[in-house]
Design a protein around this ligand. Structure first.
Ligand SMILES: Cc1cc2nc3c(=O)[nH]c(=O)nc-3n(C[C@H](O)[C@H](O)[C@H](O)COP(=O)(O)OP(=O)(O)OC[C@H]3O[C@@H](n4cnc5c(N)ncnc54)[C@H](O)[C@@H]3O)c2cc1C
Length: 457
């Protein structure tokens, strides 16, 4: 089969790239290969009843399938260059923001209309944070919510499915360079194309590393972020979340001068498992629909670890720490803040007696046996710092789930077109190591689509 463009991966990067290509040129022949299931077949078997923890499905429905890792996410599209990736380094800050706004318009016209856009611009919390040694980052955030995010994906698929060949449950194994394009060896056979967009996200991190190695495309080691997910009564943070929804706050620790930051805040949300390459870590989400709200808010506290020579395997380091929690707890561990401070493990009884009802069935345990001291000390310091702007954060019953790890892909060598050393072979989204968010990954998809068609003119 011969295509004009083959897109590998149907996450936001791949979807918005396909959308823009079709919008600009109806005649272009596109195939999308996706190792996961179609959207309606994506179902994590954990029901909290019969199946309580991750059973390691062949294709993880949380991470893979139409919609990518973001399909059941909170659908927070952060429109900012301050975090979420470094796309702006390749395409410029203004263009990056314009593309993120354009993606926002697509989302609104495909089911997202009526959802709220929050902004930190001009907020009084900026001053309160600075007075307490905390730095509130600038951003606008569109909160679609898990439910509306799903509707937007359904609508996008409905629009694209008759115009594009989608191959689900079809991982691509190899990419070969031909004289006039590329050959893609997928689970169901060989396909060729003139141009190829690789958008395989974090779940494709090992695969993209292999492809780069085979094709002699350079990569650089990246970072890993390690920490915990905090869960507390929603009222503790409601003054912030009502106005800002998500506040990205950075704290510089006194002890080690490490940066600890809040990440992925989910007001009235739920804590969930995440399975990356068989390792179970923790994440969170929340629904726009008020009937699905919980009484809790959750967010991550993360410390970035950048390694210098000779160590190169930052993801391996994060995996080893996550494996420790899986070894001790059979999955994710939960601990009361009060137990952590007193140097004792949490037990089922202690968690049950607490005032915060966990939204994830995790094993009560001791995170100090899992997290390196430097990281744990930073997290504890930040919890006390946050307690000054949101009193109650450092309560004994605040729950900490571990570990939360943000794996970053190796950064792939691409030029300002997001193109590798092979003309027409693009690597975008989280799989490129350049983006780490829905908005940046989606923007990179639109960018290559436009760039590709401009080059063909
Ligand atoms: C639970 C959760 C909540 C999140 N919440 C947010 C949020 O609120 N806001 C935010 O900005 N970000 C959030 N994120 C991160 C966000 O989902 C990602 O940044 C985004 O999805 C990256 O898009 P992508 O297209 O680059 O990759 P992905 O979304 O990871 O998509 C890549 C796709 O490629 C497929 N693939 C991989 N290898 C192959 C192969 N060899 N052949 C074929 N297909 C392959 C995968 O199955 C996957 O579907 C969340 C992530 C998770 C897991």
């Amino acid at each position: 089969m011969q295509y004009d463009v083959i897109i590998i991966g149907a996450g936001p990067g791949g979807i918005y790239s396909a959308y823009e290509l079709k919008k600009l040129n109806k005649d272009i022949k596109i195939a999308v290969f996706e190792s996961g299931h179609p959207l309606e077949k994506r179902k994590c078997p954990i029901d909290g009843d019969k199946i309580k923890t991750c059973i390691g499905c062949k294709s993880c429905s949380i991470m893979s399938g139409f919609g990518g890792a973001g399909a059941f996410s909170d659908g927070k599209y952060n429109i900012t260059n301050d975090f979420g990736g470094t796309l702006y380094e390749f395409i410029g800050k203004r263009q990056a923001l314009e593309l993120m706004r354009y993606v926002d318009e697509i989302n609104l016209s495909h089911g997202g209309a009526g959802t709220k856009l929050y902004s930190t611009a001009g907020t009084r919390f900026k001053k309160i944070c600075i007075q307490n040694k905390l730095n509130l980052l600038d951003a606008s955030v569109r909160h679609l919510g898990t439910d509306i995010n799903y509707v937007v994906l359904q609508n996008l698929y409905a629009e694209l499915r008759d115009q594009i060949d989608f191959y689900f449950d079809t991982p691509v194994h190899t990419i070969r360079v031909l004289e006039d394009g590329y050959q893609v060896e997928a689970e169901n056979g060989l396909f060729s194309c003139k141009k190829c967009v690789v958008s395989v996200g974090r779940s494709g991190s090992k695969w993209i590393e292999k492809v780069c190695h085979e094709l002699g495309i350079g990569t650089h080691s990246n970072r890993v972020d390690i920490g915990v997910r905090v869960e507390l009564p929603a009222v503790v943070f409601s003054h912030l979340t009502d106005e800002l929804y998500e506040s990205k706050i950075v704290y510089r620790t006194e002890k080690f001068e490490d940066d600890v930051r809040t990440f992925c805040m989910n007001p009235n949300g739920a804590v969930v498992n995440e399975n990356t390459n068989g390792i179970v870590t923790v994440n969170g989400h929340s629904y726009e629909d008020k009937s699905k709200h919980t009484d809790n808010t959750n967010f991550a506290l993360l410390v970035s670890k950048h390694f210098s020579e000779p160590f190169k395997d930052s993801n391996g380091y994060g995996e080893s720490i996550a494996r420790l929690s899986n070894m001790l707890g059979g999955g994710v561990i939960v601990q009361r803040f009060g137990d952590l401070i007193r140097g004792r493990r949490s037990t089922v009884k202690r968690v049950e007696e607490g005032t915060v009802t966990p939204t994830l069935a995790a094993t009560p345990g001791d995170l100090s046996l899992v997290l390196p001291k430097r990281i744990l000390d930073g997290i504890i310091e930040m919890i006390y710092a946050l307690d000054r702007i949101a009193p109650g954060t450092a309560n004994d019953d605040t729950l900490l789930y571990g570990v939360e790890v943000k794996f970053y892909n190796m950064e792939v060598d691409v030029n300002e077109h997001l193109e590798t050393r092979y003309p027409g072979l693009y690597v975008i989204g989280d799989g490129s190591g350049i983006t780490h968010s829905l908005s940046h990954a989606s923007a990179s998809g639109v960018y290559v689509a436009r760039d590709m068609l401009r080059a063909a003119q």
